[in-house]
Design a protein around this ligand. Structure first.
Ligand code: ADP
Ligand code: ASP
Ligand code: MG
Length: 405
């Protein structure tokens, strides 16, 4: 069976006229002889509104109920698009996560997909042409609706493409591909025709929200042919490919930024074995992802400072967790800063090129931008800076690495 998965993000299905346009686009693919699985997001703005709604109803958030509320956004879009397709004589129906079923673990609000059962849809395709699946949602083995974390419809689409061995998975969005950096911030950003899975994974995990990180990891693992394309213009888009095929290899492929960052410093931590394990163990128990970590070396071997970053959205829970262990650890001060942004320069070429860090730090220095924390991997250098300067930092780094169009 010739099958493709097409995913449409929030702005692509923002209103009924737009949904009708998407239906015509889907019709073209059906006319090419494909069975089509559509994965849809909620209409743009809807998920944010639903989050606000949940927050106002209850002081103590119940994550299972939060997921039930949030999943309604995608439920509406799948039914609207299925109706629009039937209206133009394409046989389609909506499928909610639990109806497929897409089985996830029970970590509500950030659930991981465990399995996608294919029997129901394979039976459906014997008579029908298009399945419109609500993205972002699954069902746990406790029979409760789960959601997959912000931007999770990308992950739904790739997981479905892998489960059905789809010929390709096309992610339709409001930009015409993956750029060297966020084109809404840096006007001279350049569209990439090709990018490797590894580079895309690093860009996404450092904040480039054009694809959810887990969707790229899944595509890489299951060899899903992945493309990012515009919903609004008929343009070629960006293909995410294996490294050896990348003919456009440059030392730096892109620059990402993440606004959801918070810095915590514990000063006066006794310089003894087990302290870091105690601190980060306590945070891990609450599923708080710690990203950058710096420990200063203690001059007198008595006390040290530990600085680390976490998602800003986890700040309240991190603060209460750390304060609970203050007596045990005996650190002196707990200092926080949420006015920070992480900027990352990513590129496979970093493996063999020297001088990337020098260019990065010099460029920031020339613009009087102070670096709070630095972290590196084989193909990435990240710096934490004040959020007042992040647009300047992105623009000047983009130009310093010769990425401007
Ligand atoms: P959708 O609602 O379709 O899922 P998103 O808003 O999640 O769309 O992702 C698309 C947005 O990602 C773009 O509008 C753009 O601002 C942002 N973005 C960030 N970094 C990049 C990048 N490197 N290339 C393209 N878009 C990017
Ligand atoms: N609607 C969800 C969100 O806004 C999922 C998605 O759009 O991918 O995060
Ligand atoms: Mg998205």
């Amino acid at each position: 069976m010739k099958l493709v998965v097409l995913k449409f993000g929030g702005t692509s299905v923002a209103d009924v006229p737009q949904i009708k346009k998407i239906a015509l686009k889907v019709k073209e693919v059906v006319n090419q002889g494909y069975k089509v699985i559509i994965v849809v997001s909620a209409m743009s703005g809807v998920t944010n509104n639903l989050i606000d709604l949940v927050k106002t109803t209850s002081e103590s958030l119940s994550y299972p109920e939060y997921d039930v509320v949030l999943s309604t956004g995608e439920q509406v879009t799948s039914a609207l698009l299925a109706s629009a397709l039937n209206n133009i004589n394409i046989k389609a129906r909506s499928w909610l996560g639990w109806q497929v079923p897409i089985i996830s673990d029970k970590s509500h609000a950030k659930a991981l997909i465990e399995e996608i059962k294919t029997d129901n849809l394979l039976e459906f395709f014997k008579k029908n042409q298009v399945a419109v699946i609500s993205g972002f949602q699954g069902i746990s083995n406790e029979n409760r609706i789960t959601t997959l974390g912000r931007g999770g419809s990308d992950t739904s689409a790739v997981a479905i493409a892998a489960a059905f061995s789809a010929e390709r998975c096309d992610i339709y969005t409001d930009v015409d591909g993956v750029y060297t950096t966020d084109p809404r911030i840096v006007k001279s950003a350049k569209k990439l025709n090709l990018i490797t899975y590894e580079e895309m994974l690093e860009l996404a995990s450092q904040g480039a929200k054009v694809l959810q990180t887990r969707s790229v990891a899944l595509a890489m693992k299951y060899n899903v042919k992945l493309r990012v394309l515009s919903s609004f213009e008929d343009l070629p888009g960006t293909s995410i490919i294996k490294e050896e095929k990348n003919m456009e290899k440059t030392e730096i492929s892109g620059i990402a930024h993440s606004l959801n960052e918070a810095k915590i410093t514990l000063s006066g931590v006794p310089d003894q074995p087990g302290q870091a394990a105690e601190i980060f163990g306590a945070l891990a128990k609450h599923s708080i992802n710690v990203d950058m970590i710096v420990q200063s070396s203690s001059i007198n071997q008595e006390a040290t400072d530990i600085t680390f970053t976490i998602p800003e959205t986890d700040m309240i829970i991190a603060e209460s967790t750390i304060k609970k262990i203050q007596k045990k650890i005996c650190f002196k001060k707990f200092i926080t800063d949420t006015n920070v942004v992480k900027i990352s320069v990513v590129g496979n070429g970093m493996r063999t090129q020297s001088g990337i860090a020098k260019t990065m730090f010099e460029t920031l220095a020339n613009n009087q931008i102070n670096i709070h924390v630095i972290s590196t991997s084989e193909i990435k250098i990240s710096v934490l800076i004040s959020s007042d300067y992040y647009e300047l930092a992105m623009r000047s780094l983009h130009s310093a690495f010769g990425l401007d169009v």
